[in-house]
Design a protein around this ligand. Structure first.
Ligand code: ADP
Length: 364
């Protein structure tokens, strides 16, 4: 039996004539770490808030640990939640902020001390125990907010963009801390983020949404390697997958600028009866090195580098190809200067194809 289950959950806010969430179906196992990801306004927070009980479920059913939760008050659902605005009590110390909720729950004071000591220790907050929030950094405040949530000892942990107020470096280290915390506590976690990197790096499974509708549910690499549509392909991965509208004629694929490549029989067979498709290729599957160019030489292309991004560990090369601004991701040893003409190939078996009208992936 799954630990949390959403069955055809819908949300329509009053005074709107559009569903914010449509037929959300998901089964979550105990101890799983699930990320809801998608662009702003796609319904992630609404879904999380329905699970928490802060938002009424318009239709459909929610089960936690086998019990129907639709009508159950938030405090009786066995969840604790961390928000983007962690709203610590400014006049209380770290210790008091963490213990406050337990006092409200009438937990015996000995027990409170034990739990607070544990949380302060696990979150590395010992030296800040008696400080107030205004004397803490953003990351430390976020850890206090996490502490407040973990001492409640709930089985379900809900997090709504908990890292979005932090700077980039801190986000990376907090990502790590939350993952470790999840492994230590083993609580079933749902984590809302608009940042695909957070979803990819932290989650056991990702639920990707668009306009209130779940697009795909899967392990991070499943979504990366086998996106079900162009939206998922474009949302997951950075830099974004390159997309080209191309013409198909037998085994010949022609780009908008007249350049063409040939595909093998297996692929041309899957594309038969189609005149036009969307071709997608990730930046790292465009190759500039002599070996790859030699292996796939019949599909060799040329372009002029228009811009480069030197990242240190790797480089992004921008160039115009196929009538579209394209980007390739190459190793730090492959530096090409702006204005330089380069040769490259698309690795044929790494190419994705999508239906021109529905944008759904064509399985190859
Ligand atoms: P996300 O968390 O993915 O950014 P939300 O769940 O906050 O998206 O919002 C989903 C949709 O519901 C959006 O179109 C948003 O404008 C709408 N929405 C959110 N809250 C309310 C509300 N209280 N009343 C009316 N519409 C709302």
């Amino acid at each position: 039996m799954s630990f949390i289950e959403l069955k055809n959950v819908c949300k329509e806010y009053a005074n709107t004539n559009k569903k914010a969430v449509t037929d959300f179906n998901l089964k979550i196992d105990e101890k799983e770490f699930i990320a809801f990801v998608g662009p702003s306004g796609c319904g992630k927070s609404t879904t999380l808030r329905m699970i928490a009980g802060f938002e009424e479920i318009t239709s459909g059913e929610l089960y936690i640990d086998g019990k129907k939760m639709n009508e159950v008050a938030p405090r009786d659902r066995g969840i604790s939640m961390v928000f983007q605005n962690y709203a610590l009590y400014p006049h209380m110390t770290v210790e008091k902020n963490i213990s406050y909720g337990l006092k409200n729950m009438k937990v015996p004071s000995k027990e409170i001390k034990k739990k607070v000591d544990w949380a302060i220790d696990i979150l590395g907050l010992s030296e800040y125990r008696y400080r107030k929030p205004k004397n803490l950094s953003g990351g430390q405040r976020q850890r206090v907010a996490l502490g407040r949530a973990i001492v409640k000892d709930q089985k379900v942990f809900l997090m709504d963009e908990p890292l979005s107020n932090l700077d980039a470096k801190l986000r990376v280290s907090m990502r790590n801390e939350i993952s470790k915390l999840h492994r230590n506590l083993g609580s079933t976690t749902i984590y809302v983020t608009h940042d695909q990197v957070e979803a990819m790096t932290m989650a056991d499974r990702i639920v990707i949404m668009k306009d209130g509708v779940v697009q795909q549910i899967g392990k991070p690499m499943d979504l990366y390697e086998h996106p079900v549509n162009k939206f998922v392909a474009g949302f997951i991965g950075s830099p974004q997958m390159n997309f080209y509208n191309v013409k198909v004629d037998g085994n010949k694929i022609t780009f908008a600028d007249g350049n063409s490549i040939s595909v093998n029989e297996e692929i041309s067979d899957k594309l038969k009866n189609r005149k036009e498709v969307i071709l997608g290729i990730r930046g790292e599957d465009i190759k500039f090195d002599p070996q790859n160019i030699d292996v796939f030489k019949e599909n060799r292309q040329k372009a002029v580098i228009e811009n480069t991004e030197i990242m240190g560990n790797e480089n992004n090369l921008y160039f115009e190809f196929g009538g579209t601004s394209s980007v390739a991701r190459v190793s730090k040893y492959e530096v090409a200067g702006v204005g330089e003409e380069v040769e490259f190939v698309f690795v044929p078996h790494r190419i994705h194809f999508f239906d021109i009208a529905t944008e759904e992936a064509i399985s190859i």
